[in-house]
Design a protein around this ligand. Structure first.
Ligand code: CP
Length: 293
C-alpha cells in the first residue's frame, strides 16, 4: 500500500508521471476515473486551499467526498484522533486525506490502515502536496527547464511545513534552494544556505517563495508587531524592481506583511496559478494512490 506522507515517498519518475497526468487534468472539467470511490477528508487544522482542492480534485475525478467536521466529531467526547481514524478506516474509504498538527501522526497510521493515507499538512514538518504543486508551477513557468534554477524561501521557514517539504523536493530536480529569514526564524541545519535579508540574494534568484508568519506555532513573541517584521520581509515592488522573478506563496497570504497589495496584482505573482495547479496535481495524486497506478 503506497501512502504520501512526505515527498520522498515518491520517486522522481513517479513525480514526473504525476505531472504528466496533472497537465491533462488542468484542462479536464470532469471524468469518471475514480467513479465509485469514496475519499474522506479529516482536517484537524484550518484550511481553505488544501481541503478545497482535495474536494474539488476528488469530485472532478468522479469520486464522492466525505469531509468530516472534526469540530463536531467525537474527538470532543474523549476519543483519540488515532481511534477516530481507525473508525473511519473501518467504514472502508478508498483514501483518507489528513491534516494534523502532530508531525509524526500520519506515519504512525500506515501500519493500521488498508487504504492510502495522504498528508495534507503535518505540523511544522511536511506538506507534500503543496511542494508538489509548487514544483509543478515552477516547471510549467520555465517550460520544464528547471535544472539550476535558484529559489529563495522567505520568512518563517523554521515553522513552515511548506519550507520543509520544498527543501527536500526541489533539490532532487536540480533546483538550488536557500532560506531568507531573521535569526529567530532560522532553520537549524548547517547544510542549508541561509540569508538574513532578501537584498543579499535577490540578484541571483529565479523564484521567491514568500511564507506566512506562523504565529499559531510560536511559543514566544518574536516581533512586537507584524508591521515590524514586514519592514524587512514583505515582498514589495521595491524588492523586485524590474527583475524577471517568479513570486510564489502557499497561502494564506497576509497582505502587506508577506506580500504587498501592489505585488499581489503584479504579473510576476503566480499565487492563484499555484491554487489552480493544486487541484490538478491533487487529482493526479489521488488517481495514482487510489488506483495504485
Ligand atoms: N497552502 C495551504 O496549505 O493553505 P490552506 O492552509 O488554506 O490549506
Amino acid at each position: 500500500m503506497q501512502h504520501l506522507i512526505t515527498t520522498s515517498d515518491f520517486t522522481k519518475e513517479e513525480i514526473l508521471k504525476i505531472y504528466d497526468d496533472a497537465k491533462i487534468f488542468l484542462d479536464m472539467e470532469s471524468s469518471e476515473v475514480l467513479k465509485g470511490k469514496i475519499i474522506v477528508n479529516l482536517f484537524f487544522e484550518n484550511s481553505t486551499r488544501t481541503r478545497g482542492a482535495f474536494e474539488m480534485a476528488a469530485k472532478r475525478l468522479g469520486a464522492q467526498v466525505i469531509s468530516l467536521d472534526v469540530g463536531t466529531s467525537s474527538t470532543n467526547k474523549g476519543e483519540t484522533v488515532f481511534d477516530t481514524v481507525m473508525n473511519i478506516k473501518a467504514m472502508g474509504p478508498d483514501a483518507i486525506v489528513i491534516r494534523h498538527s502532530d508531525c509524526n501522526f500520519h506515519r504512525t497510521l500506515v501500519d493500521y490502515v488498508d487504504c492510502p493515507i495522504i498528508n495534507a499538512g503535518a505540523g511544522k514538518t511536511a506538506h507534500p502536496t503543496q511542494a508538489l504543486l509548487d514544483l509543478f508551477t515552477i516547471s510549467e513557468h520555465f517550460d520544464g527547464e528547471i535544472e539550476g534554477k535558484k529559489v529563495a524561501i522567505v520568512g518563517d521557514v523554521k515553522s513552515s511545513r511548506v519550507a520543509g517539504s520544498n527543501k527536500e523536493l526541489l533539490p532532487r530536480f536540480g533546483i538550488d534552494v536557500c532560506f531568507v529569514a531573521p535569526d529567530c526564524f532560522k532553520y537549524e541545519d548547517e547544510s542549508l544556505k541561509q540569508y538574513n535579508l532578501i537584498d543579499e540574494i535577490i540578484d541571483e534568484v529565479d523564484v521567491v517563495m514568500s511564507l506566512r508568519t506562523q504565529l499559531e506555532r510560536h511559543n514566544e513573541v518574536y516581533f512586537q508587531s507584524l508591521n515590524e517584521y514586514a519592514k524587512d520581509y514583505c515582498i514589495t515592488k521595491e524588492t523586485f524592481g524590474e527583475r524577471d522573478i517568479l513570486l510564489l506563496h502557499p497561502g494564506p497570504v497576509n497582505r502587506n506583511v508577506d506580500i504587498s497589495d501592489e505585488m499581489l496584482v503584479d504579473s510576476r505573482n503566480k499565487v492563484l496559478e499555484q491554487v489552480k495547479n493544486g487541484v490538478a496535481v491533487r487529482m493526479a495524486v489521488l488517481k495514482k494512490l487510489v488506483l495504485k497506478q
